[in-house]
Design a protein around this ligand. Structure first.
Ligand SMILES: [Zn+2]
Length: 390
């Protein structure tokens, strides 16, 4: 879809009142609604809803649909449904990894319209920015509705700066400004786990929850936390380092310089190192899991210890913050987690205090496109916020 009307949306981006921003946010997050429903959900008066909806209709972001029929019990007052034109504003979300960039185009409901990836052969920031620009250009070709970019990368990210990203070897890279300058599009940059949390909060399991912990297990173990409706960033953007929670003072050394961190036992590299030290003929997590399923006791032990480390680390998070729901995900979940899951749950239940033990634990595999979709969710959030400020 590429009507000139929707193409105008991001060209004009008129200033919106706080009420209109609230209505837009409500529709993006919760879907279509009647004007009466919008008034109820936003706490605005009927008159304020009328004033808020008008500029959004004019900007092509909303439609009104349905018969103007009396709402039930409303004594003849008309009730039209206000519909978000989700395709009217689209964004590109990109996940950066050390060897590849994964990108998606998504609409305002974070529905994925297209996806693509390009290799990274040179990790220097200027080379990666060029690759991002190339990926964005490919994904936005023929899509004039694309009006923003979201980037997600591992490491310390704060206010558009990548303060430190160990896997790319970056320090203090003003990535947001560089990509915005190169693409000409408003750009936002977020830590990748917090980007995933943003996607889950807006469009996934986090909808309607005020507190949620998301834990990713892969080469590293990370987490992002929603507490009482706020994404916890910590000082300088450093928060949620569940990978370096101590679970065994006598445990193996961790790359952070300490011993017995969750990541030193349950990171995928750690699992493979521990499998090799036990003399197992396995070079992938899949192979370790296969040996464990076949009853090989050392493979079972390595994965049980990894599962217990994850469960104990998450119990520490739950005891401190009391989330309603914990989502454990990552590339490793799904290959070896049928073996690890009982140990994760058992350790969590043993170490979680009081009612924290009743926190819902969900384990779900993660594809690379999900990371890029999280980056797109950040770009949608940025659009809704920016639109209200402009
Ligand atoms: Zn550590």
């Amino acid at each position: 879809m590429s009507s000139s009307r929707s193409a105008d949306v991001h060209r004009s981006e008129p200033a919106l009142s706080p009420a209109a921003t609230r209505v837009l946010r409500q529709l993006v997050l919760h879907g279509d609604a009647t004007r009466t429903g919008l008034a109820h959900d936003t706490g605005l008066t009927a008159g304020a809803i009328t004033r808020a909806v008008r500029p959004l209709l004019e900007a092509g972001l909303l439609d009104e649909t349905g018969e103007r029929v009396p709402a039930e019990g409303a004594l003849g007052r008309p009730a039209t449904t206000v519909t978000l034109r989700a395709l009217a504003h689209q964004v590109v979300g990109v996940k950066l990894t050390a060897d590849r960039l994964f990108g998606v185009v998504a609409d305002l409901r974070c529905g994925v319209l297209d996806e693509s990836s390009v290799p990274v052969d040179d990790p220097r920031p200027e080379a990666v920015v060029e690759r991002v620009a190339e990926l964005v250009a490919g994904l936005r070709a023929g899509r004039p509705e694309v009006g923003g970019v979201g980037l997600a990368t591992a490491g310390d990210v704060d206010a558009g700066h990548v303060a430190y990203s160990p896997f790319l070897g970056w320090r203090d890279v003003p990535l947001r400004d560089q990509v915005a300058a190169r693409t000409g599009l408003p750009t936002t940059v977020e830590n990748d786990v917090r980007a995933l949390l943003t996607g889950e909060r807006w469009y996934g399991v986090g909808r309607g929850l005020s507190s949620l912990a998301l834990v990713t297990v892969g080469a590293g173990v990370g987490s992002a936390l929603l507490v009482e409706g706020h994404v916890v960033r910590g000082h300088s953007g450093v928060a949620g380092e569940v990978g370096h929670v101590l679970v065994d003072p006598d445990g193996p050394p961790c790359h952070c310089g300490n011993r017995g961190c969750v990541e030193a036992i349950a990171g995928s590299r750690a699992i493979l190192d521990r499998a090799a030290a036990a003399g197992l003929p396995a070079t992938t997590l899949d192979e370790v899991a296969r040996l464990a399923r076949a009853g090989q006791p050392e493979a079972e032990r390595v994965l049980a210890e990894a599962g217990r480390a994850v469960g104990t680390g998450i119990a520490t998070v739950a005891n401190l913050l009391g989330p309603e729901h914990v989502l454990i995900t990552g590339e490793a979940v799904g290959t070896d987690y049928d073996v690890m899951e009982p140990h994760v749950r058992e350790a969590f239940e043993r170490h979680a205090f009081g009612s924290a033990a009743r926190t819902a634990l969900e384990l779900r595999p993660l594809r690379f496109v999900d990371w890029a979709r999280g980056a797109a969710a950040c770009a949608v959030e940025d659009f809704v916020t920016r639109y209200g400020r402009s």
